[in-house]
Design a protein around this ligand. Structure first.
Ligand code: NA7
Length: 542
């Protein structure tokens, strides 16, 4: 526990943002525009967040690059040239560094400082932050931009530390190059990350063994370079691109087809699905008939169509069946987009181990032991996912008004108002927090909304001389109830995934948690606007 405030030596700020990723960068920019004394604290040694950490081979966007960049500066849009329709991690990290330097944001950021604890002092109406090095800072406002997928989780497998070769979670992929040539490599996990890694390294390593628990429904990304003509067209149509993103539920350029499955004759239906499968990006997931992710039977039809695609792409029918999910319909979990993922299993040097048939018994000094045999490896890659959305909050000891811990309040799942504030935690703004509209969206599109909204909230407070804001418990309960209702709008909650708060590597994460706002970006935006129009209904100011 951090003792009561601070002496005169403790740096005091009006606002502190934790995290220098996509969200923290933009929030900093906006607050500086208002002349606010603000600092960003970042645990890593540079900006970029997700794109700083995830350096594993194959890491790239599943969103079209030109829908992912910030929309706030015409000059930035004009001067930045994306090289591919779906840019790789190095390019995105360069982009974010470019933004930081262009707007002179770096000098307001402190790197390599990990926030250990944050305590709200009721008397002073300020947050005190304790960093891992023991130093402290205080701030009137605390804004968290700590990422949705920034608390990686390792599997609970005996012997992990005994392994003598190289091994790491994909999130901690080293900055220096990792030699892959001639290596015997294991990948555990077949989510969006595992699928990208496997596809990328299959033809580079001597031998690749994939340990799969539950397969995912994957579909082709269809990435390609952006030629000059297309580049010019993109730059000339940014207004239309962002308008389109504003209209779709996920903030992508892809949105549901207006038609229902049953409205369309069978042959036309199939032609449409073929077209979706052959098109770049998430259209194959979210550009389908509008009942494809709502109606179980329609979903089953499409699921069958995609299963046949997998059968066509994988030579060995037995392996194909293992790669076809049986426990959930297409699109009810996050769909990994891939480049020759299924074809990787046609290679002689790639092996699939279904750990439901032959469970992993432990990691040995030389590899992995399953119930069947010992496998020897030089490198083990853990693509085993994250303590999603709330995990990064739990890793900071956050104490609100009256000594209440956020981790206790959220023990059985998050409770928030608009996904942006929590009763009992005044002046804490949980940007990209659970139950906010940004969790399920094309991230920059979602965070631009919440950052702009939060910036207006801060302006409102300054203009009126308020020093404290907090939601009412009633508003919070109503919002959380509304979030629960939105889970009935699609089939998403029928599958166990990070969207719904499941994680087998964490104690207690084996029931449904209401992590996401499932009502779509336009509806979320409307709600945010209504709150402002009603003079910040649901918030208490002092
Ligand atoms: P995900 O999507 O959570 O995937 C994690 C994968 O790791 C998934 O296949 C899991 O299998 C597997 N996993 C996790 N724990 C274990 C253990 N203990 N044993 C075997 N297999 C395990 O994380 P990603 O990093 O791939 O993707 C996260 C997001 O990043 C993604 O949605 C994008 O938005 C970007 P399971 O399915 O649980 O059986």
């Amino acid at each position: 526990m951090v003792p009561e405030l601070t002496d005169s030596q403790t740096p005091q700020h009006e606002a502190i943002i934790i995290g220098a990723g996509v969200c923290g960068i933009y929030q900093l920019y906006r607050l500086l525009q208002q002349g606010i004394d603000v600092r960003v604290l970042e645990a890593a040694n540079g900006p970029g967040g997700t794109w700083y950490h995830n350096r594993y081979p194959g890491a790239r966007f599943d969103s079209e690059s030109y829908t992912y960049g910030y929309s706030f500066s015409r000059e930035l849009l004009d001067e930045w040239t994306w090289s591919e329709h779906f840019a790789g991690q190095p390019e995105t990290l360069r982009y974010l560094n470019h933004v930081v330097d262009k707007f002179d944001l770096r000098r307001h950021m402190r790197f390599g400082c990990k926030v250990k604890a944050a305590v709200f002092d009721d008397a002073a109406c300020r947050w005190t932050l304790e960093l891992e090095d023991g130093s402290r800072l205080t701030s009137r406002l605390l804004l968290t931009a700590i990422g949705l997928l920034s608390a990686p989780t390792m599997p609970r497998i005996e012997g992990i530390d005994r392994f003598k070769g190289e091994s790491f979670h994909t999130y901690y992929w080293p900055q220096e190059p990792v030699a892959l040539e001639g290596k015997r490599v294991a990948v555990i996990g077949t989510g969006a990350t595992g699928v990208q890694v496997i596809s990328e390294i299959a033809d580079k390593v001597a031998d690749l063994t994939v340990f799969q628990r539950r397969p995912n429904w994957c579909a082709p990304l269809h990435n390609s370079p952006i030629d000059e003509q297309t580049q010019a067209r993109i730059k000339a149509s940014y207004d239309e691109i962002f308008d389109r993103c504003r209209q779709t539920p996920g903030g992508f350029i892809h949105g549901p087809d207006r038609r229902k499955f049953a409205d369309v004759p069978v042959r036309e239906r199939l032609a449409f699905w073929e077209q979706l499968y052959a098109s770049p990006g998430f259209g194959v997931w979210i550009g389908n008939f509008r009942d494809a992710l709502v109606d179980q039977q329609v979903n089953a039809e499409y699921t069958g169509f995609i299963a046949d695609k997998i059968r066509q792409r994988v030579d060995d029918p037995e392996i194909a069946e293992k790669l076809i999910p049986k426990d959930h319909g297409f699109g009810t979990r996050r769909v990994p987009l891939e480049t020759h993922y299924y074809e990787a299993y046609n290679r002689d040097n790639v092996h699939l181990v279904d750990i439901n048939e032959t469970p992993i018994e432990g990691v040995t000094p030389t590899g992995i032991r399953t119930s069947e045999r010992d496998h020897e490896f030089d490198l083990i890659i853990y693509a085993t996912g994250f303590d999603a959305v709330t995990g990064a909050f739990d890793r900071i000891d956050i104490t609100g008004s009256g000594g209440r811990k956020l981790s206790n309040k959220w023990h059985d799942g998050p409770i928030t108002y608009l996904g942006l504030q929590v009763a009992g935690f005044p002046n804490l703004i949980t940007l990209a927090g659970p139950q906010s509209g940004s969790v399920l969206s094309n991230f920059p599109r979602g965070i631009e909304e919440v950052v702009d909204w939060s910036t207006n909230l801060v302006r409102h407070m300054r203009e009126r001389g308020y020093s404290r804001v907090e939601p009412t418990r009633e508003a919070e309960e109503k919002w959380t109830q509304h979030v629960k209702e939105t889970y009935k709008l699609s089939l998403l909650p029928t599958a166990k995934s990070w969207f719904t708060g499941y994680n087998s590597n964490l104690e207690g994460h084996d029931t449904l948690r209401y992590m996401i706002y499932n009502g779509g970006a336009p509806r979320y935006r409307e709600r945010l606007a209504e709150v402002v129009d009603s003079n910040y209904e649901g918030f208490l100011f002092q």
